[in-house]
Design a protein around this ligand. Structure first.
Ligand code: CMP
Length: 137
């Protein structure tokens, strides 16, 4: 069994997409083992996006992610990391397929509704930033 972190980004929450986004993971049969609404601190955003520090989009990404509340989700199941990335769709709006979350709801590289971990190592690291141990069931 694999765990992954999903973030429904501030624009996903503001646009009222939380239910529709969660439904896509649930209907695929992924198990939700952690869920919370929070305002991400600058410190946690810096930890989360440390691998992107120094890239041209880094500061605008951190500013956006700390601008308004987001929803953090822990999903669990076989091959969850790969499955969630398929459900989310490509980061580049020109490549995200219709039927994916980004393909259906986003036309923006940074404000792309969802984030998901891209590897087992990053999932473990990112889940520790967003959730205290007792918050994942
Ligand atoms: P996310 O899954 O949150 O992880 C890193 C984020 O950086 C990515 O989604 C995009 O929203 C954002 N981003 C902004 N510009 C770029 C870019 N040029 N290449 C990759 N990611 C970018």
């Amino acid at each position: 069994m694999e765990k992954t972190l999903v973030l429904i980004k501030p624009n996903g929450v503001q646009r009222g997409l939380v239910g529709q986004v969660l439904h896509r993971y649930e209907r695929k049969g992924l198990k939700m083992t952690g869920l919370k609404l929070l305002h991400l601190s600058a410190e946690k955003a810096a930890q989360l996006y440390a691998p992107h520090q120094g890239k041209p989009f880094y500061q605008s990404l951190v500013d956006f992610m700390t601008s308004d509340p987001l929803v953090a989700v822990c999903l669990e199941g076989q091959n969850t990391i790969e499955i969630v990335r398929l459900i989310n769709g490509a980061t580049d709006p020109a490549e995200s397929q219709p039927g994916t979350i980004r393909g259906d709801f986003s036309n923006h590289l940074t404000e792309n509704v969802v984030h998901a971990s891209d590897s087992v190592e990053n999932a473990t690291r990112e889940l520790q930033i967003l959730f205290d141990p007792g918050e994942i069931l």
